[in-house]
Design a protein around this ligand. Sequence first.
Ligand code: NAP
Length: 322
Amino acid sequence: MGVRVAIVGATGIVGEKILAVLDERNFPVEKLFLFATGAGKTHEYFKGEKIPVNPIDKTKIPETDIAFFSAGTEIPKIYSKDFVKNGAVVIDNSPAFREDEAIPLIVPEINPEQIKKAKGIIANPNCSTIIMLLPLYPVYLRWGIKKIIASTYQSVSGAGREALLDLDKKRNPPYFFPFEIDKNIIPHIGKPLESGFSSEERKMRIETQKILSDKTIKVSATCARLPVRFGHCISVTLKLKHNFNIDDIRGEIESFTGVVVYDKPDCGKYPYPLFIEDKDEVYVGRIRIDPVFKNGLSMWIAGDNIRKGAATNAVQIAELLL
Ligand SMILES: NC(=O)c1ccc[n+]([C@@H]2O[C@H](COP(=O)([O-])OP(=O)(O)OC[C@H]3O[C@@H](n4cnc5c(N)ncnc54)[C@H](OP(=O)(O)O)[C@@H]3O)[C@@H](O)[C@H]2O)c1
């Protein structure tokens, strides 16, 4: 049976990748409706066919089965209910609904059962959280995790097309970032919070607890933006509940769906942004015992923020709905 699909934000970095992933995975698209501001691109291509891109009009919301939203936080708040009313399940990439207890937040390899709770809207988690949790989940299942200390090294594409232009055009003064991003590191992502953390760092804590349905797990994140185009890397140190053998850790991570252990530092084998760019899998290297904690474990995780961190995860959620 064919599926009527809408993409709101179809011309963005994530929206265009959703189109590519739907095509690659042979998602049974019967009809495609694409939306953006109307001021930018007027069409996109899907399977060689030219598809018009239109501005959204509340009075002309089409009847669809699945509507992907990747157009910032405000647009889904305004329009997602209209799509639901007209038959769609909305899969939203933004933070708009992620903390709403009534709305499932899904990583298909981790909590697919949450799909049953969906009443029209499903939230796609934050990119760094998805990438971090994929390899941590098999460790969590077998040994338990008490604490996560994470430092992210996030690419510029994670902030959208305008941000990427700051880097590509070496814009100075920059348009999107507070400082020039080329040859620089900005040790702050999202809004500053009273706690001293940023909104991005808060997302990694709150969303980890929601996805794992575990409010006891402690997460401390520091998020930084680097002059890298695609791919987020995360240095993670964990305190596990139980002692472990490092080979067993490797084995559990290796056999988990969607994760690749790529770990031979003596011959330069570890994942980095240019290596993982445009790959769906999350890669892990530098797996080692950490001496700071009892049952301490450290690793280096890398994944493509536009693929598994956004588009691929969203399309996998749509596949669960099928
Ligand atoms: N980039 C990532 O790594 C990543 C990862 C996870 C989640 N996300 C989330 O995904 C969403 C999109 O991110 P992105 O990186 O793809 O951003 P982007 O490249 O800046 O694209 C934004 C898209 O939203 C559209 N848009 C903006 N205002 C609109 C409006 N009023 N009506 C209709 N469409 C509108 C834009 O259309 P025009 O082209 O016409 O301007 C464009 O298609 C964001 O909510 C972001 O938080 C991004």
